[in-house]
Every structure is written in C-alpha cells, then in structure tokens.
Design a protein around this ligand. Sequence first.
Ligand code: CP
Length: 339
Amino acid sequence: MSRSLLSVDDLGAAGIQSIMRLSDSFAEVSSRSIPRVPALRGKTIAALFYEDSTRTRLSFEAAAKRLSADVMSFAVKSSSMSKGESLRDTVQTLGAMGADAFVVRHASAGAARLVSRWTDAAVVNAGDGWHEHPTQALADCYTLHRRFGGAAFTMAGLHAVIVGDVKHSRVARSNVKAFTALGARVTLVGPATLMPPCLDGWPVSVEVDLDRVLPDADIVYLLRLQSERTDESLLPSQREYTARWGLTRRRAALLPGRATVMHPGPMNRGVEIDPEVADREFCVVGDQVRNGVPVRMAVLFWLLGSGLPTGESSGQVLAVDGGDAHQPDSIGASDEEVR
Ligand code: CP
C-alpha cells in the first residue's frame, strides 16, 4: 500500500515543515532555464478531476512534468463515466494501465479516501466536496513562509482572519488545520449562515464584524461564495454580502501595513474583494498560484520518490532518480457514499 495525502492531518506540523523545505529545493528547480529533474522518471500520475479546476489541475500537471513523470489526464465529460462506469471501476482501469499515483478532485467529501482503498497507488486529494484541499493549504503556507521569511517554517505570532463562506469551503478546513498546526491564531469571520453548524473542536475564534478584526490581522484570507454547493438562500443578496464582508477599499485601509491578503481563486472581483484592492502588492494571489507548482512537486516526490528529508537540507533530492519508497500510511477522512 502506498502513502497518500488526503488531509492536512496526514502531515502534521513536522510534515508540513518538511514539505516546505522540499518546496524550497523545487522552487530552485522551477527557476532554472530548463525546469526539469529526473526525480520521478518512469512514474505515471493520473489526474482524475470530476469537478472543474484551473489552478490545481494545471499545477499538478506542471509539477509532474518538471519531475519527468508521465501524466494521464482524465476528462470526465468524454470518458466512459457517461456510459455509467463507476469511480471504482475507473480507478481500477487506470491502475491497470500503470498509474503510480492518482490526483483526485470530486464533489463528494471522502472521495479521495475511497479511491485510496481501491488502489495500491498513491492518492492525493485535490479537493473533495466541503472536506479538504490539502495542497492548497500547503501552497498557502509556503507563500506565507516566503513572504514573512525565516528558516523555521512557523506561523507563531501571526493572526490569520478567514472571511466568508467557511461552511462550504474545503480550503478553509485545510487552512485552519495547517495555520494552527504551524502556530497561528485563526479567526473566522462571516454571516452565521455561512459558518459550519458545529465548530466544536475547531481551534478558532468566530467574529461577525469584519471591521473589528482587520486592524489586528496579519493575513486576510478571502473565500469565494460557493453557490454551486448549495440551493439554499443563505444571504439576502450578493450586494449585502459585499457591503458587510467584502474587502472594500475602505476596509483595506483598516489593515496594518504588514498585512497580506490571500484568496485560493477563482476570485469574484467586486464581490469578496474590490477589483482594485485585488491588484495591490499586498494581495499575493499570483504567488499562491506560482508557489503551488514547487509545493506539488514536493508532494509528488514525497509520495513517489524517496520520502521527506529528515534534516535541514533537501538539496540531495534533486540528484536522486525516482525510487520505490512506498511505505504504509493510514488516512483519516469523513466517509460519504461515492458511486
Ligand atoms: N484553488 C483552486 O482549487 O482552484 P481551481 O479550482 O482552479 O483548481
């Protein structure tokens, strides 16, 4: 059985820090004129995206190619899913073609975990319903590390404010885990209708009034209103949402000079963020995307290569050809029936 990354819980603080260290090495590779190393030559990575994606899908493909792996792309709309083939049979079909890893995005929470039970290949959760999006959280932590600096890969002393549709956000769930594991204080802000019904066990504070928390924020993490995940009418109007929880120009002026604004994308300019504010230097959306590639290289190398470096330096991985370091590892994720 292979190693998998289904949740930030699979890494913990030490694992996140090791991925960050490895990402530094792969960021250096990405800056070369020929950004490619033979680390995963001979490995095949299957991208199983049952939900739309621009950033995650393309950045996994770029990461795999920079590691010299082969990529099998699966287009759901033109696949035999339309003839009724199940997710399980699809996974086993691609496994029979030699996939060493599956990168899975699906609308159902727990889908990636189920895939990991049906295959001996490694599995990466690229977003499962409202549950988790661990590689987005890793890209975000790495972006903050590069912005705030320091060799220790810690967020101790930082206050992260996550704003908006937390209820439907897998990014919020993974980032609460990752940010707090690294020592940050986290406050969730938004209307009660967009907060999870139960926050027991979440190591966060909750606030309704965004204006109150902005002057004390180091990181403002904005979330998109995910109307595709609900038929309920959770807000009086989009306009009222922007008025109360959007990062308008007036609210941006409340932020301290050190603050960083983040968004996982896709952004709805004019809804959760003012279009002009989104283009300011403190808004690092482009860095989050850019850093997603070396971070996903690190994740794929961890899963299919020689594992995580244990020391401070990970430079040696760049000279290593892909090994066979599959080790048993168990996963915890919520179960939900997936066809
Ligand atoms: N952040 C993110 O997951 O974006 P995509 O849906 O474009 O992959």
